[in-house]
Design a protein around this ligand. Structure first.
Ligand code: FAD
Length: 397
């Protein structure tokens, strides 16, 4: 059995699988290696098992990167509509859940099956349960030493993802390979991850676990109008996950608990129309009872009728409802993070091909690169698009 290939791809996740079949379709002899027992493990558990495989509104503005222009080329040459066409070709039923987010009707397994079928059709070899022991480069060829023996190719694609969810097989191999070949790796941190709270806040909100509110969470870098979910550890839900990617340790952020309302005007109007209504009863009209009580107790708002509340009191209540400050003590980290922010610096990569600018035949695709999408199918779209850019650029020998 020949151990020589045109390209070796490390990592059979979203990016690696999509790159493997497209390179093979162009006539390359491709080997895709992974240490896991199963290909595409993150795809399988994504979107609650239904895989939010892309977003109808994906555009470069939905991505974080030191160089905000870097993702433009790949995203424009392989769009969400290209991936949707592939999904439709395979007869996979899907639906829009919310905000352009497309999910499989049945199971994420269909997406992995689709990618493996394409690999099969074009003869890309997918080899699992293979530990990567060392990678070296000699006379124009990469040697990948593995638990299954050595493999050689003039082109190496690093698609081994970031650090999030170590229990799913995440390792720092991609960053180590980058550094081995003199690529800068920008500092990494967990993104799309729930916040944890200081002990005192955790106790104050412990009763609220499971409760969700539609809020607008913001700091000076970003703002997201989505759901906030109280958990027994802290704060989660889409609004918190989104903002976590724009948050740095030690910072606080603001939560507008009633976006779209003008609380002061509404409180004043209620006071003139229904003066006997209690302030706390108004809160219970706006929020679930548990939250209204906890908030009023925590803020020590008076248990009075609106008629007995001064303008100052109403103004203070309204201000707090629109500006509820949150100072997390951290995040749940890589254990539950959906993505890893930072990674291989795009400065030293071609945005057209994902190739190293200084190391011949070396490519980085997917999450290992310093490109991170919002919650909502954007990260898979980056995996598909960067994989496509690379697959188009790989040389056929
Ligand atoms: P990965 O999919 O992580 O693949 C990397 C592969 O490399 C893995 O198969 C791994 O086993 C392999 N590997 C790692 N280290 C080694 C090593 N040392 N040796 C050999 N192989 C190695 N994004 C969305 O767009 N929509 C969603 O619905 C969504 N849901 C998510 C839910 C969860 C719980 C998580 C954790 C993430 C979710 N994401 C979602 C993010 C998305 O899964 C990732 O952005 C995407 O999988 C990145 O693709 P990738 O191929 O770069 O990396």
């Amino acid at each position: 059995m020949s151990r020589h290939y045109d390209a070796i791809i490390i990592g059979a996740g979203a990016a690696g699988l999509h790159c493997a079949w497209q390179a093979a379709a162009r006539g390359l002899k491709v080997l895709l290696l992974d240490h896991a027992k199963q290909a595409g493990k993150k795809i399988l558990i994504s979107g609650g098992g239904r895989c939010n495989f892309t977003n109808m509104y994906a555009s470069p503005e939905n991505y974080l990167c030191e160089n905000p222009h870097f993702c433009k080329s790949a995203l424009s040459r392989y769009t969400q509509w290209d991936f949707i066409a592939l999904v439709e070709k395979h007869g996979i039923a899907y639906h829009e859940k919310t905000l352009g987010q497309l999910f499989c009707d049945d199971s994420a397994k269909a997406i992995v099956r689709m990618l493996l079928d394409e690999c099969d059709t074009f003869g890309a070899k997918v080899q699992l349960r293979t530990e990567i022991n060392a990678v070296s480069w000699h006379e124009g060829s990469y040697q990948v030493a593995t638990s299954q023996g050595d493999y050689h190719a003039p082109q190496l694609v690093v698609a081994c993802g970031g650090l999030s969810m170590p229990k799913l097989g995440a390792t720092p191999l991609g960053y180590q390979l980058a550094e081995q070949f003199d690529h800068r790796v920008l500092p990494v941190r967990a993104g799309l991850v729930p916040f944890t709270l200081h002990e005192s806040d955790k106790q104050a909100y412990s009763e609220l676990s499971g409760l969700a509110l539609e809020v607008n969470a913001s700091n000076d870098r970003a703002s997201f109008k989505e759901a906030l979910l109280f958990t027994h550890r802290g704060l989660s839900g889409p609004a918190m996950l989104q903002l976590s990617s724009y948050w740095l340790p030690g910072e606080s952020f603001n939560v507008d608990l009633l976006p779209g309302h003008d609380c002061l005007a509404e409180l004043q109007q209620l006071r003139s129309e229904r003066p006997k209504l209690g302030l706390r009863s108004v809160l219970q009209q706006w929020f679930p009872k548990r939250f209204a009580q906890t908030l009023a107790d925590q803020q020590q708002w008076p248990d009075k009728n609106l008629a007995d509340c001064s303008n100052n009191v109403l103004a203070a209540v309204a201000e707090r409802l629109h500006q509820w400050p949150v100072k997390p003590n951290g995040t749940e980290g890589y254990r539950t993070a959906e993505v890893t922010l930072g990674g291989v610096d795009t400065e030293q990569l071609s945005s057209k091909t994902m190739a190293s600018k200084h190391q011949p035949g070396l490519y980085f695709i997917g999450e290992v690169v310093d490109v991170t999408g919002w919650l909502g199918g954007y990260n898979f779209q980056w995996a598909w698009a960067s994989a496509h850019a690379c697959a188009e650029a790989l040389n056929v020998s």
